[in-house]
Design a binder for this molecule. Structure first.
Ligand code: XMP
Length: 323
């Protein structure tokens, strides 16, 4: 039986003990993904060790609309936490070019993140620790799947991916927490509600929401569709009732008709689920009016998409993300 205020204090002491404070204390580098978890981890660690922490936001070009700006604003302006903003869109997109295998996409992204962290760590004269916002479900899902045989479902890129050559130890203060607890801790730490209440977003970003090859053009199309979808969800007052909602851009073209012309464009799938921890999930039962309004807007407003479908699969057997 513990409260978040106690947890916060306990963790702060643990972080100080692990990293050391003062002139002989270690240096910590923390990757921000734009999501709640890494933001909460960063704010907590900053509270524990102050300027011994450097945050690195790797913009892989696979973020949602306006997300990169929001992260930079929150950390630099609101919290005054030192933040290195790495624009790595070119690097990620060129590495992903031609790759269609989901696990290879994930592995490339994870490895490239590590490479960039190493480089940034070198630039600040070396770091002794790498901080991550790993949660309890990430830890178990990367090892096995509940109730099933011990197989890796997906290699979550922020878990266990530390190559031997990396001379950094991990600081993972959220490893025992579930998402709802991380949100509670975020509130306890004074993070703005709009940030704390955010739907989870995977580290590999839009790359795993574009089955098949990821290109800049397809990222742009998906960003637009996703923004329309989320705007409709917010307008309908449904955002907080949903665990996660997002659009997926399929590598399938279908025929359509617009005005008096034929179209031949991509299919967009919409996903929305309820869940408490991401381990299991149910489909969010939108009413037909919401879905048809959203589908119409996406086809009308997003060039490159001429058909919208709704994913009606729970987890299991489906996973939340499509890759
Ligand atoms: P799945 O698709 O496995 O997703 O049902 C469960 C939850 O985890 C998120 N997810 C990730 N989060 N790095 C992350 O930080 C990852 O590589 C990753 N893959 C999936 C997913 O968005 C959902 O909330």
């Amino acid at each position: 039986d513990w409260t978040m205020a106690e947890f916060r204090q306990t963790k702060i002491e643990e972080i100080r003990a692990q990293v050391g404070v003062g002139p002989n204390g270690g240096k910590v580098i923390c990757g921000l993904s734009g999501g709640v978890d890494s933001a909460v981890a960063a704010v907590l660690i900053h509270e524990a060790i102050g300027d011994q922490l450097t945050c690195v936001f790797v913009d892989h070009g696979l973020m949602r609309m306006n997300e990169a700006e929001q992260v930079v604003t929150l950390f630099r302006d609101h919290y005054n936490i030192p933040l290195v903003h790495v624009d790595a869109e070119e690097l990620f997109l060129s590495g992903l070019a031609g790759e269609t295998d989901p696990e290879k996409k994930r592995k490339f992204i994870g490895k490239t993140f590590i490479d960039i962290f190493e480089e940034e760590a070198r630039k600040i004269g070396g770091a002794d620790f790498l901080a991550q916002g790993t949660l309890y479900p990430d830890v178990i899902e990367s090892v096995s799947f509940t109730g099933g045989p011990s197989v890796t479902i997906k290699s979550h890129h922020n878990v266990g991916g530390l190559p031997e050559r990396m001379n950094m130890k991990l600081v993972e203060p959220l490893r025992e927490l579930f998402k709802d607890e991380v949100r509670e801790l975020g509130r306890e730490l004074g993070l703005p509600e709009i940030f704390v209440g955010r739907h989870p977003f995977p580290g590999p970003g839009l790359a795993i929401r574009i089955p098949g090859e990821v290109t800049k053009e397809r990222c742009d199309i998906l960003r637009k569709a996703d923004a329309v979808y989320l705007e409709e969800i917010r307008n309908a007052g449904l955002y907080d009732a949903i665990w996660q909602a997002f659009a997926v851009l399929l590598p399938v073209k279908t025929v359509g008709v617009m005005g008096d012309g034929r179209t031949y464009d991509s299919v967009c799938a919409l996903r929305a689920v309820t869940s408490t921890d991401g381990m299991t999930a149910d489909v969010y039962p939108f009413d037909a009016g919401f879905l048809s309004r959203t589908a119409t807007r996406i086809v009308n407003e997003v060039q490159g998409i001429n058909r919208v479908v709704y994913d009606y699969t729970s987890k299991p057997p489906g996973t939340i993300e499509w890759e």
